[in-house]
Design a protein. Structure first.
Lengths: 287, 313
């Protein structure tokens, strides 16, 4: 009897309407074609970037014509000392900003999730309003402020504003992670004589690790690619990759070939992070 | 009748509960938890914002900063500027609505596709996430290049299939469409990623029940997936709307607000007033007005969407 009902359940679903009109396997073909089309649409600008990067300087205006390809652009780029510096600076800033932002927001998100009362309410409203304020209205004054404090064009002058940007969004997301974790384990730890800090560090934080990993990856990618802050808050002493790339293409000289090859080089670390990290991001963001 | 015992059981006095200490151990812990975040926010966000707000009430042009108090002069100027009221604000709202709606729908579609098992799924997912890996400024430069009226690949393709080539960035609506396209391309993967995570955290049982009942795919999507994803979607929409409202870099890179200031969003307007018209105060005032609009707007969106979620439960 049970065997009979299980065979009944495993019957293929009845095909109706549009899918029935297709030849057997036609649905699959259509799906595969759609998937390829989507992949092509998403990859196209990057593909175009890559194609531009392997054309000689004379060929970049007609990328679609001609068959000369060269690695010369890459050689030219990696001989520039500025690019090395920019790579290192971007890497250091992204990594440090990720560590600092997470360190600062994990406690703030925990507080928002576990406590009620005027303090968390005020804090939440504050970060909500600050989140809404457009970059423009504080990046411009930030330029004057960092100059006055003497941290303009240094690591700190770029790092700390980055951390400040992430506080609002990350606190909000971290609150979501901690909301999804049952607090009874922490209460048990408190009853067993753990301090509040102990309960936070030993019980709550390990449980939030998958979420934090996801945020760390997104934060790193975001900072690696950030442009506006880098443009306004740094200068010659601290070259940042995105700014260096954008400077290849300005009113005076359009060095498309150099811009695109640098951009492809800059894409490699991000690609590595994404390929290995996407699994953790999707797992960690499940709230 | 049982004898009343003499033992007094401590009963909570509900009329006079013990007042929680205003600054007890609990409160100290709370404040310590947020102290580093508060410090970073004060120095690198609140101080600059107050500096900007202060500037917006003064005569602060960049070449001759007199710093005299002029009251609401700049606010009145911006609010009575027909360009700001009839071009910049409608542009900004239109941009926000279209960008968020389109990337939400596309992202949801992609998330549904990626939630299935098929060969090559991992590769497709990596390719879809490409826009998250490319610096937006590079992507914007590349898209501007692709839509270049002389050398761009888009016009080459147009000519090849017999359509007249377009001066994409020289007309208001085509330039605006290019900007929107770029923004949707950039942000669809973000939606797809968050919604995919949401999809994978849904319980399996309702879907199994629906499969046994022979529900069609559309009905499963409409009556199971969509309602269960709503809370994730609300968070995504609110966060993304705020960000879309204050978009700066891709618009600046693709059209710089042109042609003839017709594709300006309010952050571009603020930037142009501050640095090209060299009037820092007026730019700050425009930025403040924009901030006020989005604070109210985000509150309304959040309320409306939240109610929508509550009702559907």
């Amino acid at each position: 009897m049970t065997a009979a009902s299980s065979t009944e359940l495993s019957l293929p679903p009845v095909r109706k309407g549009f899918w029935a009109m297709l030849a057997p396997g036609g649905g699959k073909m259509l799906f595969a074609l759609a998937a390829i089309a989507i992949a092509f649409l998403f990859a196209f600008p990057v593909l175009w970037l890559f194609l531009t990067s392997i054309r000689p300087e004379s060929g970049v205006y007609y990328v679609h014509r001609g068959t000369e390809f060269t690695w010369h652009n890459y050689l030219e780029v990696i001989q520039q000392e500025n690019i090395y510096k920019a790579f290192w600076n971007s890497f250091a800033i992204s990594t440090l900003a990720t560590i600092l932002s997470l360190g600062v927001t994990v406690t703030s998100g925990y507080m928002l999730s576990r406590f009620k009362g005027p303090i968390p309410d005020t804090w939440f409203s504050l970060i909500y309003v600050l989140r809404c304020i457009p970059y423009i209205s504080w990046v411009l004054p930030l330029f004057f402020v960092t100059r006055q404090w003497g941290i303009f064009d240094t690591y700190w002058g770029l790092l700390l504003p980055h951390v400040a940007v992430h506080i609002c969004f990350f606190s909000w997301i971290m609150k979501g992670f901690f909301d999804g974790i049952d607090p009874s384990m922490e209460y048990a730890a408190l009853i067993d004589g753990c301090s509040r800090w102990g309960a936070f560090f030993r019980v709550a934080m390990p449980a939030a690790l998958p979420g934090m990993t996801a945020l760390a990856i997104l934060c790193w990618l975001y900072t690696w690619n950030e442009f506006l802050f880098a443009l306004l808050l740094t200068s010659h002493k601290t070259p940042i990759l995105t700014v260096v790339m954008a400077q290849f293409v300005h009113e005076l000289g359009m060095e498309w070939h150099l811009m695109s090859s640098t951009a492809i080089l800059a894409l490699i670390p991000a690609l590595i992070v994404t390929i290995f990290g996407q699994k953790y991001v999707i797992r960690g963001l499940r709230v | 009748m049982p004898q009343e015992t003499d033992v007094t059981i401590p009963v909570a006095d509900l009329d006079h509960p013990p007042k929680p200490p205003v600054f007890g151990e609990r409160q100290r812990f709370m404040l310590l938890l947020i102290a580093p975040a508060v410090a970073a926010l004060i120095f690198f966000q609140i101080v600059p914002i107050l500096t900007g707000a202060n500037a917006s009430f003064r005569d602060w042009s960049l070449h001759d900063p007199k710093l005299t108090w002029v009251g609401l002069k700049h606010y009145i100027y911006v609010l009575t500027d027909p360009g700001f009221i009839w071009v910049v604000m409608p542009n900004t709202i239109f941009f926000m609505v279209v960008s968020v709606a389109a990337s939400l729908v596309l992202g949801l579609g992609l998330a549904l596709i990626l939630n299935q098992k098929f060969p090559g799924r991992g590769l497709l997912q990596t390719i879809i996430l490409l826009p998250l890996m490319v610096a937006p400024v590079v992507a914007a430069i590349m898209i501007r290049w692709m839509f270049n009226d002389q050398f761009g690949i888009v016009n080459v393709v147009f000519e090849a299939i017999g359509l007249p080539p377009q001066p994409w960035l020289a007309q208001r609506w085509s330039a605006f469409s290019v900007i929107l396209l770029a923004d949707i391309w950039l942000w669809t993967p973000w939606f797809a990623l968050l919604l995919l995570a949401g999809l994978q955290s849904l319980p399996k049982e309702p879907f199994e029940a629906a499969a046994i009942d022979g529900a069609t795919r559309w009905r499963v999507f409409r009556y199971l997936t969509l309602p269960m994803l709503r809370s994730v979607m609300v968070v995504c929409i609110v966060i993304r709307s705020i960000d879309a409202f204050r978009t700066f870099d891709i618009v600046w890179t693709i059209s710089a607000g042109g042609p003839a200031r017709s594709t300006e969003l309010f952050s571009i307007y603020a930037y142009i007033e501050a640095f090209q018209s060299m009037n820092f105060a007026r730019g700050s005032a425009a930025a403040m007005i924009g901030a006020a609009v989005i604070v109210v707007l985000a509150m309304i969106i959040f309320r409306v969407l939240n109610r929508w979620v509550e009702v559907s439960k």
